[in-house]
Design a protein around this ligand. Structure first.
Ligand SMILES: Cc1ncc(C[n+]2csc(CCOP(=O)(O)OP(=O)(O)O)c2C)c(N)n1
Length: 281
């Protein structure tokens, strides 16, 4: 499904995007590194392989859309959008600073390539349902809506209202992901409200739901996405991920949601990452 050449390309792009993301957050001094890193493979897969987009026409009506419902992970998406040419890469160093077009939470009125504003958890997936419905009503047959939801975010009741509506409307052009990294703002999800049985919960609401046991594996992600749109159900892909994956100082610790990163800390983290990736850059 993915050639070895393409796999190599996706891995290279993800490594480069992760390096840009670390520097981006270090330029402000702190930011949402954990939940940004955990969705990097998914974003790279979508923007480099799957989505019908044209960076020179961010407002192209028939494009596929992405709603980053866990909108605090904007810095990851900015690294990808910059690399794809939606805006100049130099803007990454303005993250979250006064007057920036790259606020820490995604804002469609400020940033080319952002399809919906998000940050108040639970709302983005509802918007994605509306966008997918609009695509159907307007007979935009080749257009799809993608959404990425957090596992902590899934404690919001609004997520389940959206899920119920999408299933009832049989929105087969809606392909959503849950980033099941097992952590939320200040603790492990299991210690707050466990997110077990997500697959069964979505299936009950009329979705096709599939677990991706390694949410950092492109072939697994590709296989799951290939299942979508084959019948009249929306699709939920449950990504088992590691929060902060690739920002090694944040991996496997509790307080990795928003972290302080100095310029020296960024250099060290990038060196560690390059070493682990075998010097792929
Ligand atoms: C309605 C709402 N309540 C609280 C917050 C504050 N908040 C920001 S991120 C976050 C944790 C989200 O956890 P999760 O969805 O698992 O994100 P991830 O761990 O993937 O970063 C919280 C509580 C918010 N943005 N919106």
């Amino acid at each position: 499904m993915i050639s070895s050449e393409e796999l190599k390309m996706l891995r290279k792009e993800a490594l480069d995007a992760r390096i840009k993301l670390i520097r981006e957050i270090a330029s402000f001094g702190s930011g949402h590194i954990g939940g940004s890193m955990s969705i990097m493979e998914t974003l790279v897969y979508l923007y480099y392989h799957e989505m019908r987009i044209d960076p020179s026409r961010p407002d192209w009506k028939e494009r596929d859309r992405l709603v980053l419902s866990k909108g605090h992970s904007g810095p990851a998406l900015y690294a990808i959008l910059a690399k794809k040419g939606y805006f100049d890469e130099s803007l990454l160093s303005t993250l979250n600073k006064g007057g920036t077009s790259l606020p820490s939470h995604v804002d469609m009125t400020k940033t080319p390539g952002i399809d919906f504003t998000a940050g108040s958890l639970g709302q983005g997936i509802s918007a994605a349902v509306g966008i997918a419905l609009a695509q159907r009503v307007q007979h935009m047959d080749g257009s799809r809506t993608f959404a990425i939801v957090g596992d902590g975010e899934s404690q919001e009741g609004e997520v389940w209202e959206a899920a119920e509506v999408a299933g009832a409307l049989k929105l087969s052009n809606l392909i959503a992901f849950t980033d099941l990294n097992g952590q939320q703002l200040d603790d492990y999800t299991d210690n707050i409200i466990p997110m077990h049985h997500l697959r069964e919960r979505y299936e009950t609401f009329g979705w096709q739901a599939v677990d991706v046991m390694n949410g950092h594996d492109y072939e697994e992600i590709a296989k799951a996405v290939a299942l979508a749109g084959k019948d009249d159900r929306p699709t939920m892909i449950i990504l088992h991920t590691v929060k902060s994956f690739g920002y090694i100082p944040g991996e496997n610790i509790k307080n990795n949601h928003s972290m302080s990163i100095t310029a020296e800390g960024a250099d060290d983290a990038i060196e560690m990452l390059n070493k682990r990736e075998g010097g792929a850059m």
